[in-house]
Design a protein around this ligand. Structure first.
Ligand code: HGY
Ligand code: MN
Ligand code: MN
Length: 415
């Protein structure tokens, strides 16, 4: 690698691409609302395709809309090194969550082109469909199908809040490809992502070497009571699903607090019916999001919460049902790929530390079928899933440099 020890990406070009992509599906407060399979997602895909093809790569799209751009290697038979992330955003998302990983991968190819560097293994840049899981649950849906965790038909039947079906929306925006999903084989997969937490910035560290990812459950709860008049229904006669929601919200928080410092728990998605000022809520539908780096803790939390929901339902004379709508166990990334990331950070002189990913990523599923690792860069105040999400050009550049070195190291340079 001595030949390439000072190999560096063009940070200005990466930053310009990030700002260009951020113009598509703007939010209302400076971030993005480019939710999966919307017209804005389709537009972002087209822009990314134009850039990737301008960088001499050829596109393949699978039946889940996952986009793959190949930069040929000297040995076409050699398994490619895949690198990428996701372009879809939360409804009040930032400009960098996922996008930095896709455009950082594009930038490394642009840099190799500039310097006429050939690798032995091909390099494939990826945009995974529906990483966020906000419009169609669960998160990391298309990478999950690719990794054989979900059935394609099951995924395509997922519907959004308006009853629109994933498969129909994918067709509607014109991004249902013909490649069988999961047919592609990988030598390795690397993903660059913002930390989405405060550790790197607080400790003044440039690079997170992601050794593990915490596990997650998404539990959709339906509490059914009885609509009735908020004025004339005596308190003892109420069957208040809204009160049940409040108590479960507190329960989730308390259980998570019992497993500090690492466990987390919250309820982010909430629908209350009929949501009228003077009707006692008859139904509450909401999703519990609990996570922990320990499978034992995660399962214990789930059990305690489900038992607690039963007690709350009984006390309030309401019915409760719990559906698992998302789950993955804690992930240990490939030591060889993790070492390539750490060696790259060292070679480039960046401060770095091992870190466990708090958020889920496509890499968590791909890790099941190919050696995988992630690179993280800091984000301002650790904030993400908020339109105010911010990073610096220096952080983006450092992350993309480490990503490039790890990928090139793994793909092998042809002298
Ligand atoms: O939920 C997650 O961790 C990811 O942002 N989809
Ligand atoms: Mn993400
Ligand atoms: Mn996200």
């Amino acid at each position: 690698m001595s030949l390439l020890s000072n190999l560096q990406i063009d940070g200005d070009r990466l930053w310009d691409s990030l700002m260009e992509m951020a113009k598509i599906g703007p939010g209302v407060a400076g971030g993005n609302n480019r939710q999966t399979l919307t017209d804005e997602d389709g537009e972002g895909r087209k822009l990314f395709q134009s850039w990737a093809e301008a960088a001499g790569m050829t596109m393949g799209v699978d039946t889940m809309g996952n986009m793959f751009f190949t930069r040929e290697g000297a040995d076409p038979e050699a398994l490619p090194v895949y690198v990428g992330s996701h372009l879809d955003t939360q409804p009040t998302g930032g400009k960098y969550d996922g996008v930095l990983g896709v455009l950082g991968a594009l930038e490394l190819v642009r840099t190799l082109n500039d310097l006429n560097i050939r690798t032995k293994h091909p390099i494939v840049v990826v945009n995974w469909t529906n990483e966020e899981g906000t419009r169609f649950a669960p998160a990391m849906l298309a990478s999950g199908v690719f990794a054989g965790v979900h059935e394609e038909a099951w995924a395509k039947d997922k519907v959004d809040a308006k009853g629109k079906r994933f498969g129909d929306e994918l067709k509607r925006i014109g991004w249902e490809g013909d490649e069988p999903v999961g047919a592609r084989k990988m030598k390795a997969f690397f993903e660059l992502h913002i930390e989405q937490g405060p550790i790197l910035e607080d400790e003044g560290i440039d690079i997170g070497v992601v050794t593990h990812g915490q596990g997650l459950y998404w539990l959709e709860v339906t509490l059914t009571g009885k609509e009735s008049h908020t004025g004339s229904t005596p308190m003892p006669k109420r069957r208040n699903a809204g009160l049940g929601l409040a108590r479960v919200t507190e329960l989730v928080h308390e259980v998570a607090m019992d497993y500090q410092p690492s466990a987390v728990g919250a309820i982010g998605h909430i629908d209350v019916y009929p949501n009228s000022r003077n009707i006692i809520p008859g139904r509450a539908v909401f999703t519990i999001d609990i996570r922990s780096p320990s499978k034992k803790t995660l399962d214990e939390m789930r059990e305690r919460i489900e038992d607690g929901i039963d007690l709350i339902a009984e006390a309030l004379d309401i019915e409760a049902s719990v559906d698992e709508v998302g789950h993955f166990d804690p992930v240990t990334f490939d030591p060889g790929c993790v070492k390539a990331v750490r060696d790259a950070a060292e070679r480039l002189g960046y401060s770095h530390t091992n870190i466990v990913s708090g958020a889920g990523h496509d890499a968590c599923w791909i890790n099941r079928i190919a050696p995988t690792a992630m690179v993280m860069c800091p984000c301002v105040d650790g904030l993400s899933h908020n339109e105010a999400e911010e990073i610096t050009k220096e952080w983006a550049t450092a992350g993309a440099n480490v990503l490039m070195h790890a990928v090139v190291e793994t793909a092998g340079v042809v002298e």
